[in-house]
Design a binder for this molecule. Structure first.
Ligand code: MN
Length: 698
């Protein structure tokens, strides 16, 4: 025992020995935090292995900086700062995680992020008895130094060794990155979830990575100036499409109800499986003469998926080439978006979002106030306990039904958005929520088979909601927009899907993948009878100008990259976020031109080649101008006449029902909520749903 202690003493009394002991201590503490405090979702042994090794590289790299110090004083002070700093970062993240189930960004640490300032006040309540584990090693080492049990080593570590250790650290990080790539490709570029980065690359890496990103963004912003706006304004003015006079204002003053059909693709429309329609109700809307439906409408999202779709629909500008705009820039950017435009219109729209997941998902709690949403009814506004939720949150039938008690108190006209979640990968649905009469496909892919089951459920959910709209009289006072946000079946599963679509999986290629990026887009305008299926090509970027024109609001003064789908000048070149594009005749993927007619690589005349080059140039330009607008936050310099800048601090999403009722009271007989118009009687009982969670006795 004594010999062992002597040995430990000897090791700790050398610089290099102390260094490695500290590395091991930091590593063990992080593993303890992974096991006890962070709830990471590890699903296979490889992920567990990555989790165990992920702190090593960064810890060596960071704390290893001390090795380069020559003087005794500098070495030991640098080492303690890095060691204690590393522990503090871990510990504050643990406390933060207990409150927010998230990791601290650099903005949070530096106090820029105002939303999460509540932490400081309540942080003591978030400590736990086992927290001494994180600090005990430091205390012991300090005592051992004070009692001179550990002695200072005055001999500096050679540059060669220091350098070798740093290189080893970098090697470790590279190894970790390579392993992570096998589990989750594009981990760093997607960045849609802090948790994944911590899970695969560790906490230090996450903080450093986030810091570099923030710094890069701040740099770009600081360097940006007004003159860069000019190019963008010129471009959007040049490509502006004037409204079609026969469509402009046909829905003026109506309530706007946006239904975000999660992961819902066009191929499900009119699709029959075993002789049964997958989505009979949506099909009936699709063919109704009250509906303008589009069969060549594409999603244009990047890695931000749902949030990218929302971003395009609300702002008319593209999302980012990498990652999610909502999470990367949404907390600080300036927007001139649909909710604010409609609130400031002569009709003074009330604006709200209904969503069955937590408000922090995709950073919506920070983005929505900047878009100008007055209300955000997220998960906490609904009973979402037990089997009422599945996967990504409250089941859709319950979301629609549960929203009515809030919807009926909104002043009309309103602009409301329903974000459905049940039709989301991996398309799970409790047996009791499944229609026993609907038999799905029997392909080799369970994802594909399940997809149609949740499609069918989504269809029923929307049907029930429409029944309410009609029963309550809301239907005729509204315009209802339905859209699929992005693909639900990924390219890797498309071969399994091919036979269902009547295609040969052996011949399935990139052209087919691209064609499958069609999503439904339908505009239901009750009372009109001129609706039909439109064939012009377009995408999500075109929705905002199209909608605003239907509502009789001019868009020319705003910076929007899409064009009104009904306009004679509508541009049919549909850009994908990776610069590929589709036109009515061609599909251009990484420069390869496919003919839409044959699905084969096109033989082009020089005139056609010239046109395609021109289209590619247009696509590149609009995407890069949009990126410049977003990355540099250029809208802060842009002041459309009559548009008031949104003050995000005005909005707070707590106690919504009380707020709505207060407004009703203040307005008195002037209140235009459904509830007031119904002589202060609730309309909730007009809602009928067959959802078992409400109808069975459990
Ligand atoms: Mn989505």
């Amino acid at each position: 025992m004594k010999r062992f202690l002597n040995k430990v003493q000897k090791i700790l009394s050398t610089r290099i020995g102390l260094f490695w002991i500290i590395i091991v201590l930091c590593w063990l503490k992080t593993l303890f935090a992974y096991a006890v405090d962070f709830h990471l979702n590890i699903v296979n042994p490889m992920q567990l292995f990555i989790l165990i090794i992920n702190p090593i590289g960064m810890t060596i790299l960071l704390i290893g900086l001390a090795l380069y110090a020559k003087s005794t004083k500098l070495f030991y002070s640098l080492l303690s700062i890095l060691y204690i700093g590393n522990t503090a970062l871990l510990y504050f993240n643990i406390v933060f995680y207990r409150e927010f189930t998230d990791f601290m960004t650099v903005e949070t640490i530096t106090g820029f992020d105002k939303v999460n300032q509540g932490l400081s006040g309540s942080s003591f309540a978030l400590t736990s008895p086992h927290d001494f584990v994180y600090w005990i090693d430091i205390i012991i080492l300090i005592i051992l130094f004070l009692t001179r049990w550990i002695k200072f080593d005055h001999k500096p570590i050679t540059k060669k060794i220091s350098f070798a250790i740093s290189s080893l650290a970098l090697l470790f990080i590279t190894f970790d990155l390579a392993l992570s790539e096998t589990q989750r490709s594009q981990l760093l570029t997607r960045t849609f979830d802090h948790e994944y980065i911590v899970q695969y690359m560790g906490l230090d890496f996450f903080t450093a990575y986030d810091g570099i990103n923030q710094w890069h963004n701040a740099e770009m912003r600081a360097r940006a100036n007004k003159s860069e706006l000019k190019k963008i304004v010129n471009f959007t003015r040049k490509h502006y499409a004037a409204p079609n006079p026969s469509m402009f204002g046909i829905a003026k003053g109506r309530n706007v109800i946006i239904i975000h059909l999660e992961s819902f693709q066009q191929f499900s429309i009119d699709r029959k499986i075993n002789g049964q329609e997958v989505t009979p109700f949506l099909n009936s809307l699709y063919h109704s003469n009250e509906t303008y439906a589009f069969d060549n409408f594409f999603h244009q999202v990047g890695q931000g998926r749902t949030s990218d779709a929302e971003n395009m629909l609300e702002t008319g500008d593209f999302a980012l080439p990498q990652g999610s705009l909502f999470t990367q820039l949404g907390s600080s950017n300036t927007f001139q978006a649909a909710p604010a435009i409609l609130e400031q219109s002569p009709e003074h729209y009330t604006t709200a979002v209904f969503h069955g997941n937590v408000p922090t998902f995709w950073n919506r709690n920070n983005v929505y106030p900047r878009l100008g949403f007055q209300y955000f009814f997220a998960q906490e506004y609904f009973n979402h306990s037990g089997n009422r939720s599945e996967g990504y949150g409250l089941k859709d039938k319950l979301l629609f039904q549960g929203s009515i008690k809030y919807l009926q108190h909104l002043q009309q006209p309103f602009y409301v958005k329903y974000l459905t979640v049940t039709n989301h990968f991996p398309y799970q649905l409790d047996k009791e929520d499944q229609d026993p009469n609907f038999k799905t496909t029997n392909t080799s892919s369970s994802v594909v088979n399940n997809y149609f089951v949740t499609n069918h459920y989504l269809d029923q959910s929307v049907h029930e909601f429409f029944n309410f709209l009609k029963a309550s009289g809301l239907y005729n006072k509204s315009i209802i927009v339905l859209y699929g946000d992005h693909y639900g079946i990924s390219d890797s599963e498309n071969k399994a899907l091919a036979p269902v679509l009547g295609k040969n999986p052996q011949k399935w290629n990139n052209f087919d993948n691209a064609q499958l990026q069609r999503v439904p887009f339908m505009i239901v305008i009750p009372g009109i009878h001129s609706g039909k299926i439109e064939h012009q090509y377009g995408g999500e970027i075109d929705v905002l100008p199209t909608l605003l024109h239907l509502l009789g609001i001019h868009t020319k003064k705003y910076i929007q990259f899409g064009t009104d789908l009904f306009s004679k000048q509508h541009n049919q070149v549909v850009a994908f976020r990776n610069r590929d594009f589709v036109t009515p005749n061609y599909t251009v993927l990484s420069g390869t031109v496919y003919s839409n007619k044959t699905g084969k690589i096109a033989k082009l005349t020089s005139a056609e080649r010239k046109q395609i080059n021109k289209d590619q140039k247009f696509v590149n330009e609009e995407l890069s101008l949009s990126d410049s607008l977003n990355y540099k936050d250029l809208l802060r310099f842009y002041h459309p006449k009559g548009f008031k800048k949104v003050n995000p601090n005005k909005f707070n999403y707590g106690d919504a029902l009380e707020k709505e009722e207060k407004i009703e009271k203040e307005k008195g007989v002037g209140s235009t909520s459904m509830y007031s118009e119904n002589n202060n009687k609730s309309l909730v009982n007009l809602y009928h749903t067959d959802t078992p969670e409400l109808n069975n006795n459990h």
